[in-house]
Design a protein around this ligand. Sequence first.
Ligand SMILES: O=c1ccn([C@H]2C[C@H](O)[C@@H](COP(=O)(O)O)O2)c(=O)[nH]1
Length: 332
Amino acid sequence: MSTYENFDSAYMSVLNDIYNHADFFNQPRGFQSREKIAYHFRINQPVQRGIYNQKRKCNIIFNFAEVLWYLTGNNRLDYISYYNKKMPDYSMDGRILTGTAYGSKLFNDKGQQSSQWQNVKDLLIKDPDSKRAVLQIFDGSELAIPNNLDVSCTLGLQFFIRDNHLDMIAYMRANDAFRGIVSDVFSFTFIQELMARELHIPVGKYYHSVGTMHIYEPDNLWVTHVLETPNEAQFKFPEMPLENNWDMIQELMAYEEKLRKNDIMMDWQAILATHMAPYWQQILALFSIYQMIHYNKKIDRTVFDHLLPIYQYFVRNKWPKHVVNLEVDSNE
Ligand SMILES: O=c1ccn([C@H]2C[C@H](O)[C@@H](COP(=O)(O)O)O2)c(=O)[nH]1
């Protein structure tokens, strides 16, 4: 199996493999694409989930927003469409997402006694060698819905405690090797890291196992630009605190909602005054910056200056005009 140290090198290699060595050219649901089937790789350091290619311009704020959306068990479109305006295309009723809203399947107890997350965690505590620790996502009934716009691409996530490390396998029926993979591997490795924290064991290896790995034809030109661009930036992705993170996640998401609804603004002092660890304060700072971008306000320099260099890089690379304005203003 192809093995990579981090997601950045995996992404570039997989993209090149699918783009230049596709086995099939076809049109599933009418969308022209190229693909390989039965595609698998391993990442040795799953916490290193950043994609730094300058031309790819990854939206790290969407990536955090999406995985936190999962963790809160939420399936509401208004939350996620604030971070990505394409999301309404996948909603059947304009109100919720069904297939893509993995969180409501994993972290919401839905009237049962406990969520899938809790069940898997309890199982691993009781039987660390278990081969049953599966979070199930795809549901056969999704195919019975006529013209379903949003069928889960992920079948499930399986955890293994082996050599006292937490390994995880993500199984996907289909994965877009240019777009979807960026947010999926980000979210899944984040979920892996969170489970490792809950179990108080180190993060192990991440395995990505996909039925069809493909690239859509309209993305071809952009893909070639990304493949031609050498990766110059490299950062170490921050690690989640070793303590129990759930209270801080809840606090973060309470602020997130107020920022998204434009009910509050937060400068660096306000962010520092929260009770969260610096790791979560950094994500709150990213949400605060996104609010300024979304509502067309000037980015608060105190917030930008206190971001870790890795997050400054992502914001500058994705929204250069907003950051240029900030730098011009600061020189006045
Ligand atoms: O988490 C996700 C959700 C969707 N997709 C991509 C895979 C497919 O290209 C497309 C879904 O289209 P169908 O396979 O349902 O036709 O979205 C992903 O890569 N990851």
